[in-house]
Ligand binder design. Sequence first.
Ligand code: FAD
Length: 495
Amino acid sequence: MGAVWNVVKRVQSNVSLQGRCDADVAIVGGGITGTTLALLLAQAGQRVALLEAERIGCGATGHSTGNLYATVSLKLGTIRRKWGDEVTREVANARRTAVDFVQQTVDRFAIDCQLQRCPVHFALTGSDTALEQSLDYELETSRLAGLDAAKVDAIPGLSGLRRALRIEQQAQFNPLAFTLGVAQAAQQAGAQLFENSPVRDIDAGRGVLVTDGGEVHAGQIVHATHTPKGINLLQTAMEPYLEYGVAAVAAPGMLGPGIHWLLDASCSLRTYEASGQHWIVAVGGKHKTGEAPANGQTHQRLRELLTRHFNVSDFPYAWSAQQFHPADELPYIGGAGHANVYVATGFAADGLTWGPLAANIIADQLQGVASDWAERFAARRFTPAKSAGNWMKENIAVARHMVGDRLGIEKVATLEQVPAGAGRIVEYQGENVAVYNGAAGIQAVSPVCPHLKCLVQWNAADTTWDCPCHGSRFRPDGSVIEGPALLPLAPFGPS
Ligand SMILES: Cc1cc2nc3c(=O)[nH]c(=O)nc-3n(C[C@H](O)[C@H](O)[C@H](O)COP(=O)(O)OP(=O)(O)OC[C@H]3O[C@@H](n4cnc5c(N)ncnc54)[C@H](O)[C@@H]3O)c2cc1C
């Protein structure tokens, strides 16, 4: 089914890497971050090679909600409580600059991605006192950060609204269409883009990136892969979460324009119109990666929510995406690990704005230009007091999964004992095996994540194996979908 953003047709296909390619900068990952960086660097005359594992925009970018805002989805108050007033202003300023940059890019390259300015609503339908109070604090915080915010008690088309905080002049677009447009502009500016070219190994010291078909030799390497590939200390500072989206065919004007976060339902709503067709999108059902509900009903709950509020019944799109929540609430952007390696990660659910900002910061750094925001979001920052709570929570959870997930695994005499349609880890002939009994028959792979050896868990909604430790995700045949793992789950059976 995929995301509603796929209504745009890809007009361009890029070759996979074959043989050797030399570049000043190798960018791994063709989401909004990687393509924007490729454009900026190519415009500045750098030789750029971008390697995308599958298709441009197929990662979190093409499975997001397409909202752009200067605030953050967990509310600016979260940042203010941790960092104080000055940093809160700085965050909102940086993010407002990034939203404006996206708008300028759309205008400059005439990218048809239905970008429009609209308000953000943090909305309450129930009477939760704590949430009500958080809205008051958010109003004060948004104003302190220079945002045009006010309380409202109606959103056109949304029944049962109790109260909402409204922030003016934010934006929405089709994130896939934008990213494809940026990729095309980058290519026209001279960047080399390679699709279906997963990077399997990175030797930062030699500046060599290896794919199945070739090698890129580059002075600088950027992990624009949502979370850094391979082993990187930053992975211990981020919690991976999965979230789900559905889109229903809608009538024009069924819901007013804007980004509508329903705080008590923990989901967001928006509309989307392209080529005369209209949809309502709902995104929510967030849970820690690797801890998916066993009944796989995540998309169904969103469909039910939409049918409760609107007269809709046709749901042609359903999708999911992952986010990486940073321990101290700010993204990690810039040099990390080896001297020639850069990362852009920890974007939580706000990376359509953080990504372009990261691209601007890293482009400046690679050209030796001072950047206004580099220090604030530096990936090498050390913030133990602000990170400790979330860091402890995440790493206790990792330790729990490392040990607990290996206990109580059911022994089976044949792999066919896994019920039809189910995915299970079983003990078979003395070995643990991840088995999916799907339409293609039994698919059996090792359950050990090649990243740091945690056991993957079954996600019935997505039919994927998800690693609860650092967010690597795999298809039933073991191939990597996303996350830090560079290699697939090992096949099970006679080699
Ligand atoms: C449900 C959901 C909704 C969201 N909605 C919003 C929103 O409305 N607004 C917002 O600001 N943010 C949103 N976000 C967050 C946002 O989608 C992400 O932060 C952002 O898209 C990240 O962009 P990226 O380019 O850094 O990563 P990605 O888009 O994930 O791109 C990384 C790319 O790297 C490629 N890659 C990975 N490994 C390799 C490899 N080994 N070799 C080569 N390529 C590789 C992947 O295939 C992928 O294409 C949402 C997140 C979720 C989970």
